[in-house]
Design a protein around this ligand. Sequence first.
Ligand code: DP6
Length: 324
Amino acid sequence: MKATAKAHTNIALIKYWGKRNEELILPTNSSLSITLDLFYTETTVEFDERLTTDIFYLNGEEKGTDETAKVSRFLNHVRKLTGDTRFAIVSSQNHVPTAAGFASSASGYAALAAASSKALGLELDGKELSKLARRGSGSACRSIYGGFVEWKKGVKEDGSDSYAVPILDQKAWNLSILSVMIESKQKKILSREGMKRTVQTSPFYDGWLKATEQELRIAKKAIEKRDFEMLGETLEKNAFKMHATTLGADPPFFYWQPATLEIIDCVQHLRSQGLLAYVTIDAGPNVKVICQPDDERKVFQTLNEIDSVKEIFVCHPGPGISYL
Ligand code: DP6
């Protein structure tokens, strides 16, 4: 009745941005990510018939009604799979700077899916685990696997073909992903809300859908050929297009801060000097800079000189889910 799982977060190179079904969390487009070695969540779930409600601890602190309700909603999916009605104590340790543009929900729900299903005696394979994690947060379905991962959007109404598949092992291609933190405040428009508004109101959304399908194909080709320049060019264009859709939304919004642009500028300058480095940005102001391991030091030192940069975490491809 008790299990512990560890899941690493991931960064999308081709973004998931928009749902076709909010309830089942089915995306409008397929996406592609790298699981990261440095950031992870460890979660223990214990079901107990003596409990009268679910209890949720995050980093040792008992959480209130809202956060516990989210966990409960997720546990209901697992309880439904087994017919179990028991409540659980969920205890998570988040080794991710929460809600600062780092997808802590990805590692969070992936770990919760693995620990809760295991605790109830379910032996889910990667595909089923990915579908379960997806019900908590879309990007979580990709954190089941290590290395390079594709979330296939699927076409079915019931979501049975919407799950992640591993496309290249963690050890097969080492890249450096520098997570550049400029601000640790809670972000204002969460990705869930932001993507919903964009789908509903942005006239640029159709353009996003068309382009992203092709960019996914190019990115996959680049990974197959280990062509870093081709991958970098594609992932940067894809990130910029995602952010461009938000400017067309009603009301319009954007995630960037002045420091976001300073980092983009710095990376483009490095590129003009012949160093291959590229940026990607999620639903927040922080920037992830992707380069080859040989250039990691130089990129780190250059970014570290920017005043508005608070901290830089150097990541590499990380592993998939594990049980402790
Ligand atoms: C910009 O997976 O956090 O990071 O499914 O609503 O929980 P929900 O959204 P979430 O969105 C991630 C959006 C993104 C791009 C990506 O990770 O692909």
